[in-house]
Design a protein around this ligand. Structure first.
Ligand SMILES: [Zn+2]
Length: 282
């Protein structure tokens, strides 16, 4: 059980009403939150990253099966998870941010960072190599994220690492199709070659492969994708790759369960397992 699992159990226990969005009747694994027959828990491996993450989650995000922030906790051993509250600040959350062993960075798009003095689009020049980088990710809808950013004084002084997404026409076209046709139950044949080609292209750009929700803005990345980019920026290519491949596994199995046209990489599980065995990860 990791930090997200504990947070989920705690949130679920105080839930007064059942979570009733699409697919709520599905019997899900309590850990990966996928439909039981698509559970990926047995496949999970941890990286040996020396970075740390802190997920600052909106209350409802914790309960959403499509959440990808928790994939970070699956892969990165030192991951913390908290629910954001408007009126009270969790002392434990503050103690992590203030812990002397960490150097905290807030991950947030620079275009919304306003007049903040320390915003980095590349690896920051203020890295303290004696400390563990702690990346704080706001895991919420875009609207909620902006509110959390504005209303949390304890985030105000932190240097910001900004992951810019590249907006391409294909992403725009794809989100337009998504909007027009959110659920497609037709038994469409997946052309493996085409998908692989597309997946290859998206690795090179900062395009999102996050097909589980409608993008709130073009080119928007899922939380786990953002984390992979941050790891890459800090030179942790192996952990970035593992998280990226794990994201693909989750994305593929999630889409299998909801029976919409599966846009994820059909070779996701194979690719992930191959990488894990090559790197001899435990
Ligand atoms: Zn599971």
């Amino acid at each position: 059980m990791h930090a997200f699992h504990r947070l989920y159990q705690q949130r679920k226990s105080i839930s007064t009403k059942a979570y009733k969005s699409r697919g709520w009747k599905v019997k899900r694994c309590d850990f990966c939150r996928l439909a039981e027959q698509y559970c990926i828990c047995q496949l999970r491996k941890q990286s040996n990253s020396r970075c740390s993450f802190l997920l600052l989650m909106s209350d409802d995000e914790v309960l959403k099966p499509s959440n990808t922030g928790r994939l970070i906790a699956d892969i990165i051993p030192d991951t913390h998870a908290f629910i954001w509250h408007r009126t009270e600040v969790d002392e434990k959350l503050l103690s992590v941010i203030e812990d002397d062993k960490y150097q905290p960075f807030l991950v947030f798009p620079s275009e919304y960072a306003g007049e903040r003095p320390r915003v980095f689009k590349q690896q920051p020049d203020v890295i303290d190599h004696n400390k563990i980088p702690l990346f704080i990710l706001i895991d919420a809808t875009w609207r909620q994220a902006k509110r959390i950013f504005r209303k949390s004084e304890y985030l105000a002084q932190l240097p910001i690492v900004s992951i810019e997404s590249v907006i391409t026409e294909s992403v725009l076209a794809e989100s337009a199709i998504e909007c027009a046709n959110p659920v497609n139950n037709s038994a469409e044949q997946v052309n493996t070659e085409q998908v692989n080609e597309k997946q290859h292209a998206t690795v090179l750009n900062y395009d999102s492969k996050y097909q589980l929700r409608k993008a709130e803005k073009p080119g928007q990345l899922g939380t786990a994708e953002v984390a992979a980019k941050v790891l890459q920026l800090f030179g942790e290519n192996e952990s970035a790759k593992l998280l990226d491949l794990w994201f693909d596994v989750f994305s593929f199995r999630y889409q299998q369960a909801v029976k919409q046209t599966n846009k994820a990489n059909p070779r996701a599980v194979e690719n992930y397992q191959q990488y894990v065995s090559e790197r001899k990860l435990k």
